[in-house]
Design a protein around this ligand. Structure first.
Ligand SMILES: [Zn+2]
Length: 306
């Protein structure tokens, strides 16, 4: 077997698609829902085409950073009133997401041409630390603002998929405030980004990342970044950011359907706000569910230690 990272002939070892150290933070999520193959199993998502040296030594520094970063801010849930300020190493965030995207693409036998020698060198070498201009990363807080508890859909705290759907306009045309009736905006077009080679969305419990990979010599990256930064409720990450307060990037629909990326003026954000206030400002049954769920989740964690 030829190692996917260093290219040497070696025996293949199992590489975790998402760092095992990150999965360790969420032992209660012990099932893997593999939508592409329509199976659910207890093994971790892996890909078996990486040599032992790359797996255990060369790319392991990324796993350490990922665990440190996610455990620092995102193992807990937040609510709408919380302010979450983060500090991060942009280069390490780029490397982490590129590695996960590369692993996932190979596991689905998809086109990996974006991950050329230059990108692999960047992932494999801690000293190669000039951020890639043709990679954009955005992040936002995933908060369940819906009346339904997330465990009702399978406790899917860790999720990722290729090419999420970016909307170009609001999915709601208007709201009749007299009656509460909602009028949908039919046929909202998908936002197309010129020179986009691939994109990914990742959710790690209470944070979501968008990874955008552009053609290397594209002249449209700046323009695409302006659209991304202003059209979506995410923070566009930068190399010299210091402290950043994360915006909430989810509404009551796409918290549960994370592959839909709504524009920041989407009426769904307002609908969620109205619904909650019409319910007296709290979701009583969701809170009752949450209390029970904390106990149940502890039981699952104890039963499935990592
Ligand atoms: Zn290797």
């Amino acid at each position: 077997m030829k190692c996917a990272y260093c290219g040497k002939e070696a025996k293949g070892t199992k590489e975790h698609i998402i760092s095992s150290a990150v999965l360790d933070l969420f032992p209660e999520c012990f099932l893997t829902f593999d939508d592409a193959r329509s199976v659910i199993h207890e093994a971790d998502p892996m890909v078996k085409d990486v040599c032992a040296d790359c797996n255990n030594n060369k790319i392991a520094y990324i796993d350490s950073y990922a665990k440190e970063f996610i455990s620092q801010y995102f193992t807990r849930r937040y609510n709408e009133d919380d302010t979450v300020e983060i500090e991060y190493d942009y280069v390490m965030i780029q490397k982490m997401l590129l590695k996960y995207a590369f692993n996932d693409s190979r596991s689905h036998k998809e086109d990996c041409s974006f991950f050329d020698k230059e990108i692999l060198h960047y992932i494999m070498n801690p000293c190669d630390n000039a951020p890639k201009e043709n990679v954009t990363v955005l992040c936002g807080l995933a908060i369940n603002v819906s009346p339904m508890h997330e465990a009702m859909f399978g406790n899917l705290k860790l999720r990722w998929c290729k090419n999420p759907l970016f909307y170009s306009n609001s999915t709601i045309r208007n709201i009749d405030y007299e009656t509460g009736q909602i009028f949908l905006n039919e046929n909202v077009e998908k936002e197309e980004f010129p020179d986009l080679q691939l994109s990914y969305i990742f959710r790690f419990n209470s944070v979501q990342f968008l990874l955008m990979c552009w053609s290397k010599n594209s002249k449209k990256i700046q323009q695409n970044n302006v659209v991304l930064e202003h059209q979506y409720p995410y923070h566009l990450m930068k190399v010299n950011d210091e402290k950043v307060a994360l915006p909430i990037c989810t509404n009551e629909f796409n918290y549960h359907n994370y592959e839909h990326i709504h524009v920041c003026w989407d009426g769904l954000f307002e609908v969620g706000y109205l619904r909650k206030h019409a319910s007296g400002g709290t979701y009583k049954y969701k809170e009752l569910f949450e209390k029970e769920w904390v106990v149940e989740e502890k039981r699952i964690k104890d039963k499935h230690p990592r």
